[in-house]
Design a protein around this ligand. Structure first.
Ligand code: FAD
Length: 254
């Protein structure tokens, strides 16, 4: 496999790739590109790979093993009883207000707190004065099926162009559920507009430039810390976002 991929990369190498297709073929050759990357990427971004910029994939992790974990991390897992239970235990005894939009009464919240950590969209904080940052969104279709097991796995990705969804999540496999029924969610990539749930930042040059303008404004917001995937307009995995939060806390608390 290694030899085949190397050979294909050599045969199809393009100097200075101009789009995602050329870049991907440089990295893994045409067979892997067609089978695993093209359809999935076009669904994710809603555009042909030839019209997507090359810089979206600088690197494609390729491994020649039977390890089908998505990540490389030594320790991987889901908290016992799920995240809701874990977070409930973490915030026990701490006052939490739900369904409260900080931006609707910013000056009040700022007056009751010495420091505010704002994890919402950075452009919303500044009332979109320079324009709206772009995202991709997702739509989930959830079904209850009258069978104990649908796909034998928590996540199955559909990398072809014809299947309209990108993956099916079968929730019970995260906790080895033994229920007689099963719940699956089909995940569809979707165009985002203001008001939809922002999922994936589109870190192209235009949006990154816009983000930098907003970031410059945060300098004068002395008591507000902008953090997280929306506050920093950056895709973060959970461990990464927790890591940044720890570092920031150490920096602020000394
Ligand atoms: C489909 C999908 C799958 C993912 N899968 C994985 C995975 O398998 N593994 C992994 O490690 N990571 C995964 N992630 C990434 C993970 O979800 C993020 O790393 C994590 O949620 C980032 O945390 P955060 O605190 O920055 O942002 P969020 O979790 O989005 O939290 C921000 C919070 O701020 C609140 N907020 C925003 N604006 C306001 C406001 N004006 N007033 C009050 N509250 C406000 C929001 O309601 C929200 O609760 C996935 C992300 C997506 C979209």
């Amino acid at each position: 496999a290694k030899e085949k991929i190397r050979q294909q990369c050599n045969d199809h190498y393009v100097e200075d790739p101009q789009n995602l297709e050329e870049q991907a073929i440089n990295l893994v050759g045409p067979d892997m590109y067609e089978k695993l990357i093209r359809g999935y990427t076009e669904k994710q971004w809603g555009r042909p790979c030839t019209e997507l910029p090359a810089f979206i994939i600088r690197r494609i992790p390729v491994r020649f093993t039977y390890d089908n974990n998505y990540f490389y991390d030594t320790y991987q897992g889901i908290p016992t009883d799920g995240y809701t239970a874990m977070v409930e235990r973490m915030i026990e005894g701490i006052e939490v207000k739900l369904h409260t939009d900080y931006l609707e009464d910013k000056s009040y919240w700022n007056s009751v707190a010495e420091k505010v950590v704002y994890s919402g969209p950075i452009d919303a904080y500044f009332d979109y004065k320079y324009g709206v940052l772009g995202y991709r969104s997702l739509r989930f279709e959830t079904e209850v099926l009258d069978m104990p097991d649908y796909q034998g796995n928590a996540v199955v990705n559909y990398t072809d162009r014809e299947t309209p969804f990108t993956r099916i999540i079968e929730h019970k496999h995260f906790e080895f559920g033994t229920q007689p029924k099963t719940i699956i969610s089909k995940e569809y990539s979707m165009k985002w507009q203001l008001g939809d749930e922002p999922y994936y930042p589109i870190n192209d040059r235009k949006n990154n430039g816009l983000y930098q303008k907003y970031k410059a404004l945060t300098e004068s917001e002395n008591n507000v810390i902008f953090g997280g995937r929306l506050g920093e307009y950056k895709y973060y995995d959970m461990d990464k976002v927790v890591g940044v939060a720890f570092r920031k806390a150490r920096e602020v608390l000394g």
